[in-house]
Design a protein around this ligand. Structure first.
Ligand SMILES: [Fe+2]
Length: 198
């Protein structure tokens, strides 16, 4: 018997850009934390802001937009639906959750991701599948400060407990695609390199 794995899970990784100013972004994050109420969603122990708009986090917003709209950004018309700030200290983690269906979940790392984000391939959550594959089909991406990751919002994901004395700071947000004509989307994709993972 042969085992084949059909299809792939799309995952985008935009690497840190020259314009990334970590200290300025850390200062902005701390300023938000000083005035914004803590929200408890998937965060356990960590601090999570309410939904943020452009005017709440102008530096982070500008950097994220430059990533999404740059040459290696998203080649389709899109918009940020909601964004929020996460600050985890030692021992803090995020429970398994999804961001709903039909869009992209994204994360921008102000500090190193420390390989704490886990993403589960939902098609392999069935116990029979797990036993056949002899693995859990979990992915722990490596992301450094300034990197931006995107993946389908329906994929369950979590953040393992932070085990460093320094803070782990990230922005999470959702991206929706805007309806436009097929021809216009084709034009936007013309200069895009689609990379196939191994
Ligand atoms: Fe999330």
């Amino acid at each position: 018997m042969s085992l084949y794995k059909l299809f792939g899970v799309p995952f985008w990784h935009i690497k840190v850009k020259d314009t990334f100013d970590q200290q300025a972004l850390i200062d902005e994050a701390h300023a938000i934390q000083a005035t914004d109420k803590k929200r408890i969603v998937s965060n356990r122990g960590g601090w999570q802001s309410g939904f943020l708009e452009k005017e709440d986090c102008p530096l982070a917003w500008e950097y994220i937009r430059s990533c999404l709209e740059g040459n290696d950004g998203i080649p389709l018309r899109h918009k940020i639906d909601q964004g929020w700030l996460n600050i985890n200290k030692e021992g803090h983690y995020n429970q398994v959750h999804t961001h709903g269906d039909g869009r992209l979940a994204a994360v921008f790392y102000v500090t190193d991701g420390m390989r704490k984000l886990g993403i589960l391939n939902t098609l392999c959550t069935d116990q029979a599948h797990l036993q056949c594959l002899d693995e859990g089909e979990c992915f722990y991406p490596e992301a450094e400060a300034g990197d931006l990751l995107m993946f389908p919002s329906k994929l369950p994901h979590w953040v393992e407990a932070h085990n460093e004395p320094t803070e782990r700071i990230s922005y999470a947000f959702n991206i929706s695609f805007l309806e436009i004509g097929v021809d216009e989307n084709k034009k936007l994709r013309q200069n895009t390199n689609v990379k196939h993972g191994t």
